[in-house]
Structures are given as C-alpha cells and as structure tokens.
Design a binder for this molecule. Sequence first.
Ligand SMILES: Nc1ncnc2c1ncn2[C@@H]1O[C@H](COP(=O)(O)OP(=O)(O)O)[C@@H](O)[C@H]1O
Ligand SMILES: [Mg+2]
Length: 257
Amino acid sequence: MSLVLSIANQKGGVGKTTTAINLASSLAELGKKILLIDLDYQANATTCMGINRGSFDKSVFDCFTREAKCEDILINTKNEKIDVLPARSLVEGIEEKLILDSNRDFILHAMLGDMKEHYDFVLIDCPPSLGYITTNALMASDGVIIPVQCEFLAMDGLTQLLNTIRLIQTKKKVNRETLTIYGVLLTMLDVRVTSGYQVVNEIKTYFNEKVFQTIIPRNITCSNATFYGVPVTVFSPKSKSSIGYKKLAKEVISRNE
Ligand SMILES: Nc1ncnc2c1ncn2[C@@H]1O[C@H](COP(=O)(O)OP(=O)(O)O)[C@@H](O)[C@H]1O
Ligand SMILES: [Mg+2]
C-alpha cells in the first residue's frame, strides 16, 4: 500500500520544496520507492532533482487540463528509486481553466489512480497558495506534512490552512477516505538564537504530538545544494540538515507502521 503525503503551507519560503526533495531522497536511501509530484509553477523540486527544464515537453499541469497522461510525463531520475511528475513555469490561466471543470477537485486523485501503487510513498510539493492545485493535492492525499519555519510569525496563516484541511476532510469522508495531519515539521531553526526556540515551544503547545521530534536546523549547505540540482542529503550527506532529513524519514516511516 502506498502512502500519499502532501507537503503544504500557503506561506512561501517555509521549506516545503526542500522537505519534499530531501524526504524523497532520504526515504529512497532507506529502500523506499518514491513518486515526487511537483505542483509548484516555480518548478523548484523538478530542478532540484536534476531534471533539466528543457528535457520535457509536458508537465503535470497538462495532466490537470487533460492534455497529457501521468504515464507520459513521468520522469525517472538518476536515483532509480525516485520518479518525478515534473512542473513547468509558464503555465498561465490554469486555475481559470479548472473553474470550468466540474470535477476540478478530484483531477489529481483520479490521475494517480493505479499509478500510486507502484510506490511506497507519493510526496506532493504544494504551491504557496490554497487554490485548486493545493485542494487537488490534499484531496489525493492520505496525510499532510506542514513545514513551519522557526521564525517570527510562524503561526501566521496556519488557521487558514487548518480550515482548508478540515473542509477537505469533510469532503473526503463522503468517499470513506481520510486526510490526517501526518506531522508538523519545524524547519530552519537557528540554534544560536533563542527566538527560534520560542517558536518551537509555541508550535508544540498548539500541535502537541503532531509535531515531528526531528527539527531541521538552518544550515547554509542546504541552500547551496539547490544550485547543484541535488538534494542536500546527496550533496553533503553529513551536513546538519542532511542528518535532520534522514532522521525525519525514519520518523515518517514509523508513523506509518
Ligand atoms: N534547513 C535550511 N537551512 C538553510 N536554508 C534552507 C533550509 N531549508 C530551506 N532553505 C532555503 O530557504 C529557501 C526557501 O525554502 P523552500 O524549500 O524553497 O521553501 P518553500 O518551498 O516553502 O517556498 C530556499 O532558498 C532554501 O534553499
Ligand atoms: Mg516551494
């Protein structure tokens, strides 16, 4: 059985994409087969998995508009355990097109169909918004991982996200499906300043045991890896952020057992 997890937070820059690619890489290292779906127009996850933007014609967004099938756009990465449904920038008016589709919330759900069963985990990197694309991701998911940056105003916008999750939980119930908050991940903790720890306490008070024990530290190697188009767990396996993501992968697996 595969487990579909969305990595979502409508705030930009909280570590969604970094978490998606490094969790994918770390789970793969533990022998799991992964499908990574890039649902952000910025296509950062696609690029960070070493996929050249010029190397494919159609992206996952063409599947949303039914101009391509998942099987046709699937890319096998250098890591044989990770496949990617790539995103592309330059997609205009997709949300407008989706408004006209009466089945708009279930497109990804239907699209993944039997395909997901080839994988242990399907990880979905969500865009920084709560529009139809994120709704589709959550509709297709069993759980959601919420990255929260250990910075001032970390809680900002989380109520909105939780309301969206609740709404989708209700919709999924009709089909006897569930969507759990799989875990809240604290990211980019600067261990030298106390304010970061205040955020950690605040989030733990609010989300209790939902918070992953693993906290991802702020680590420059992590952002440097992006330039080389590889996850930091591959670029610098012994860096603090790599160690963090590898620990997270074990926690993600154990929460599924
Ligand atoms: N643990 C970390 N340490 C240092 N920089 C990080 C870390 N995690 C992410 N970053 C950097 O922060 C920026 C935002 O991260 P990203 O994963 O793209 O966020 P999002 O997908 O939520 O917009 C990127 O430049 C990324 O390289
Ligand atoms: Mg992103």
